[in-house]
Ligand binder design. Structure first.
Ligand code: NAP
Length: 314
């Protein structure tokens, strides 16, 4: 059988922020969290799609406690504004699911000139997490969830001299780099949280091969790129449903037995119920983690010092 949504504990009184909650895995995650009583901030770029997503959840769960927050992770101004707005409404956040992402898209820049996949998948979430940390610290046991992919296995650590892959861009190279960065950020965050002696925990998940808009978008944006089409065709035939894929996120986010620094994936790499799996190889490269942290602070201009934020937070 394995772990299912029936195993999610009661979440009444908990506040969760889910990025990319207007579709795919983020939507499923938001829906199951509110079903169990959490209040969910649906942080999304396309607000019309988000309003529709909220309506669908409310049609199914009329007492769902949901709010919409505009967030474009490809703009640091938007990240700052979203964090400030969330903090005016919520002193305490119990769960931050850094789910939103893009995959295998052509070379393009964010508003701040970052390579789009690193900018959206990692740097935007890095800034958001830093800015929301005061509210996470006020929870008795908050969790931050990063979402990686099997792309982490071919991703290279961020090169401080060229994080945006100028002159060496490839859509899969950039995706792999961003998804390895998701793991390195999660583990380095956990190390720093532990060092600061605070109860927030950082976990990472790979959801498995799941049929969402991720693959279709990569085909649209590359105007029919061959490898993008291959994944799109395959996922339609062999992919899990978004509800199945979201189980890894939900387990890492809510299972009382899960703890900081852990990776959750489907049992059979890309398919199956969510289980904890060891991290190995380049995922555990400590030097790369600390380099990533420094590069992320430099690029975003956001200082992320857990101990300082702890001392400033009442
Ligand atoms: N599906 C899979 O097989 C698979 C496998 C491994 C890992 N993942 C990871 O799972 C995560 C969720 O992907 P998904 O499969 O659910 O894909 P999806 O259906 O395409 O959803 C991606 C979400 O990210 C949002 N997003 C994209 N760019 C954004 C930006 N600049 N600012 C804010 N939100 C943005 C999208 O919002 P808009 O529609 O408003 O743009 C959408 O809500 C990603 O991190 C992906 O790398 C997925």
């Amino acid at each position: 059988m394995g772990w299912t949504t029936k195993d999610i504990p009661d979440l009444t009184g908990r506040v969760a922020v889910v990025t990319g909650a207007n579709g795919g895995l983020g939507y499923e995650t938001a829906r199951e969290l509110v079903r169990k009583g959490a209040h969910v901030v649906m942080a999304a770029r396309d607000t019309a799609k988000a309003a529709q997503a909220r309506g669908s959840i409310l049609a199914e769960i009329p007492n769902a406690s949901l709010e919409l927050q505009r967030l474009d992770l490809a703009s640091l101004d938007s990240v700052r504004q979203a964090a400030a707005e969330i903090l005016t409404r919520h002193d305490v956040i119990d769960l931050l699911v850094n789910n939103a992402g893009v995959m295998g898209v052509p070379e393009q820049g964010t508003v701040d000139g970052f390579e789009m996949q690193l900018g959206t998948n990692h740097l935007g979430h890095f800034g958001l997490t830093a800015l929301l940390l005061p509210a996470l610290l006020r929870s008795p046991g908050a969790r931050v969830i990063a979402v990686t992919s099997t792309g982490r296995h071919f991703g290279r650590p961020v090169d401080p001299a060229n994080p945006h892959l100028h002159g060496s861009y490839g859509p899969w190279r950039a995706y792999g780099q961003s998804k390895l960065a998701n793991v390195h950020f999660a583990l380095e965050l956990q190390r720093r949280l532990e060092a600061a002696g605070v109860p927030v925990q950082s976990l990472v998940v790979h959801p498995g091969f799941t049929h969402t808009d991720l693959q279709a978008r990569s085909v649209r944006e590359t105007e029919g790129g061959a490898s993008q089409r291959f994944f799109h065709d395959s996922v339609q035939r062999f992919g899990m449903s978004p509800a199945r894929g979201a189980l890894t996120l939900l387990r890492a986010a809510t299972d009382p037995a899960a703890s900081g620094g852990q990776l959750y994936t489907p049992r059979y790499v890309n398919w199956g119920p969510p289980v904890q799996r060891p991290l190995f190889g380049r995922s555990r490269n400590r030097a790369a983690m600390s380099t990533l942290w420094k590069v992320s602070e430099r690029e975003t201009g956001i200082t992320f010092d857990v101990a300082v934020i702890r001392d400033e937070t009442r």
